[in-house]
Design a protein. Structure first.
Length: 738
């Protein structure tokens, strides 16, 4: 069996099912509950900082309605086709783009001076949250005597701040000096100018002009403000990106616009200004169309008046020459038909002339008018043929009377249209209107404190559990006796459960509390001590029933509970009536003297060096238990343990006691364990739950084997009391009768 530890690679581990069972997950989470608690606390602290210190974000929104027509329905009905010439049906998508256009946004930026940023200078981190609460009732006094910072209630309004382009986005400092006076300092801290509010002040920076107008200033003397100027073009682009515009419901014509920001009043004013400018531009556009139509009609009216005068003159001349002509009823009907046709034809020709000014000849609107004109012209030809069948006198009368009536109808129609257009222009409202103006928001949309705290706790729990499970998955040490036995092919004689009481004793020792802290003496019914009693049974009556007097405990690395096992196992043996000697075999860094409140020297080093046993043995540290501490650290510890004196010392002690328990150094740290183990009757390897890999244990076994030490068995320490299939049985001793 021992030949396996000469191999260069560890034995394979058959862990069975790779999936973590539910009980194992619960066990892992219980083992890492402190980690999970710390992760949750850290996330909760981060969430609290975000919820209470982060600058609140407010949202201002407004609603705009887009109608299909201009809203002056009765007037448009009277205008008929002429009104359609300047009414363009717009879609919501088109109106949204118009609302977001540089023209509208640029006017808002210019009107509200959005390219100027002026804000109080707060104390880092906590100043702004403090100011939000302290400034509710007016100007707050300076906290801690720090007059240079704003502490709440400060106000500043800047309407002009012109600087060279190279100083865009650079932070200037404006310092209030009392009495509405102020001082402006450059980003380098050099005073640029001094002035009063409501006055425009100019200065120069390296030959470049600087102009500043402070419209209002409310602050304690000495309070600083951060002042910067941005590129107007970039400010427009940023506002276009930040402004959210969307149709509320598809094809509803209701458009919502909203803006988020830290300054509730500023974003409210910005949204309302954009809505107002957009509506006004829509009205201006409609008025411009009406004005264009008026200009067109104004050009046509004189010509139509002249045509009417000429037609009347020709008709009057005809009557004067031929006298009155009585038309038959059929001729009258034909005359009316011809007049209507001619009137419509001329109106369409005028409409086409207006359309051609705005569109090409191949535009669908122009082509549609051309089709109607062609149809009317064909009808006119037919009517002319019918007129040609009348008597000669009636033909001339019909034609002259037709010219008079057509000219009169056209002139009268255009004159009425001109008057109606003037009324329309004067009362033009456009086809959009603001339904709801933005109001100053009272509550921020972010951060949502309750949600932030709840999510931080949830994320902390998830992160803590995730880290714990990841550590378990990616750094999976051996956890069960089956895994240990499969890895190193030696039996596991005892399972030592984790003891909360021992953890408390270790904590008190780290705090510097003096006194002996032996769990077997203070809490003999502890679950961990029950595991050591099972080892005692195995040693005395089980597979180790041979009389092994010298028992060495070792382990692959430090911090696995080896010294705890040595001390408490010795105490358990002594409590059973045996005469026991406990030796601290770690002459380099042993600390049994600290656990048992003993002096380190004289100890094992002095005993090997020639001291008498009675001079170094601490008698009856516990009933039936004597102790030899490690002693002083020699210059060459390994050589001391290799000496013949060490072997003779152990032989002498073997004769004096029933059991000699040796707490040796870690195997993989130094070679001392191999030197001590050659003289021991039994060697037990201490393995900590979930810490060691199969490769580490195999390496420890190979190193002991190469030193000539036979490992008789293993102990699995610090196993969780619950959460594993075998850990539950360790609770039996403390549950009483069931």
């Amino acid at each position: 069996m021992k030949e396996q530890y000469i191999k260069s690679s560890p034995l394979p581990v058959d862990t069975g099912d790779d999936e973590i069972r539910l009980a194992e997950i619960v066990g892992v989470l219980r083992e890492n509950r402190k980690l999970i608690a710390v992760a949750t606390a850290c996330m909760l602290i981060a969430g609290s900082l975000y919820a209470f210190l982060w600058t609140p974000t407010y949202r201002a929104d407004a609603l705009v309605q887009v109608d299909d027509d201009s809203g002056s329905g009765s007037l448009n009905d009277k205008l008929g086709d002429l009104a359609a010439l300047f009414q363009n049906k717009s879609t919501s998508d088109a109106e949204i783009e118009l609302m977001r256009s540089r023209t509208v946004i640029g006017d808002a930026v210019s009107r509200l001076h959005l390219d100027i940023d002026a804000r109080p200078h707060y104390f880092p981190l906590v100043g702004a949250p403090y100011a939000r609460f302290a400034g509710r009732d007016g100007l707050a006094s300076a906290a801690l005597g720090l007059d240079g910072y704003a502490w709440g209630g400060e106000r500043i309004g800047v309407t002009t701040f012109d600087v060279p382009a190279r100083l865009y986005d650079k932070t200037f400092t404006l310092i209030a000096r009392g009495g509405e006076r102020y001082e402006l300092q450059s980003p380098e801290g050099v005073t640029v100018l001094r002035g009063r509010s409501r006055e425009t002040v100019t200065a120069n920076i390296d030959g470049a002009p600087v102009k500043l107008t402070v419209a209002s200033l409310l602050a304690r003397p000495g309070t600083r403000f951060d002042l910067s100027r941005s590129s107007t073009q970039q400010t427009i682009a940023d506002l276009q990106k930040d402004l959210k515009i969307a149709e509320k419901t598809k094809q509803s014509g209701i458009i919502g616009l909203s803006l988020d920001g830290a300054n509730a009043e500023r974003i409210t004013t910005t949204v309302n200004t954009i809505a107002t400018l957009y509506v006004q531009r829509n009205v201006d556009r409609k008025s411009a169309q009406a004005q264009q139509m008026l200009a067109f009609l104004g050009d046509q009216l004189p010509q139509l008046r002249a045509d009417l005068d000429r037609a009347e003159a020709r008709y009057n001349e005809y009557r004067a020459r031929n006298g009155a002509v009585d038309l038959e009823e059929q001729s009258k009907l034909l005359l009316q038909t011809v007049v209507d046709n001619k009137t419509k034809l001329i109106e369409l020709q005028q409409q086409r002339a207006d359309l051609v000014q705005r569109y090409t000849a191949m535009h669908p609107s122009v082509l549609a008018v051309d089709m109607r004109i062609g149809e009317l012209q064909r009808q006119a030809s037919e009517y002319e043929k019918q007129v040609g069948t009348l008597p000669s006198v009636q033909q001339d009368a019909v034609r002259l009377l037709r010219d008079v009536k057509v000219s009169n109808d056209l002139y009268t129609s255009l004159l009425n249209s001109t008057q109606q257009l003037r009324v329309l222009k004067a009362g033009q409202l456009g086809n959009v209107r603001t339904v709801d103006y933005a109001i100053t928001p009272e509550k921020p949309v972010a951060p949502k404190k309750a949600l932030a705290l709840a999510l931080s706790v949830l994320l902390g729990l998830v992160a803590g559990c995730g880290i714990a499970l990841a550590r378990r998955m990616f750094n999976r040490g051996l956890e069960t006796p089956v895994e240990v036995e499969s890895a190193i092919e030696i039996p596991v004689y005892a399972i030592i459960s984790h003891s909360p009481r021992q953890a408390s004793l270790d904590a008190s020792r780290r705090r510097g509390t003096s006194g002996r802290r032996v769990l077997a003496s203070l809490a003999p019914d502890d679950v961990a001590i029950e595991g050591l009693r099972s080892l005692r049974t195995a040693l005395q009556f089980g597979v180790l029933k041979q009389r092994h007097k010298v028992v060495m405990f070792t382990g692959p690395r430090p911090g696995i509970g080896k010294s705890f096992v040595s001390v408490n196992f010795a105490a358990v043996l002594a409590a059973g009536g045996e005469r026991v000697l406990l030796i601290d075999g770690d002459i380099r860094r042993g600390n049994l003297n600290g656990l048992l409140a003993l002096s380190r020297k004289p100890g094992l080093s002095e005993l090997i060096g020639g001291a008498q046993p009675d001079a170094v043995i601490n008698r009856d540290v516990l009933p039936g238990l004597d102790v030899i501490t490690n002693g002083g650290t020699p210059a060459q510890p390994s050589e001391l343990l290799m000496s013949a004196r060490f072997e003779s010392v152990l032989d002498d002690l073997r004769q004096r006691y029933d059991y000699v328990i040796v707490d040796s150094p870690p195997v993989l740290a130094v070679t001392d364990a191999g030197l001590i183990g050659r003289h021991a009757d039994a060697t037990l390897l201490v393995v900590r739950h979930g810490v060691h890999t199969a490769a580490e244990l195999s390496q420890a076994m190979r190193q002991l084997f190469s030193a000539g030490v036979s490992v008789d068995g293993a102990l699995l320490t610090c196993t969780p009391s619950r959460g594993t299939s075998y850990g539950a049985f360790t609770q039996y001793a403390n549950r009483g009768s069931e």
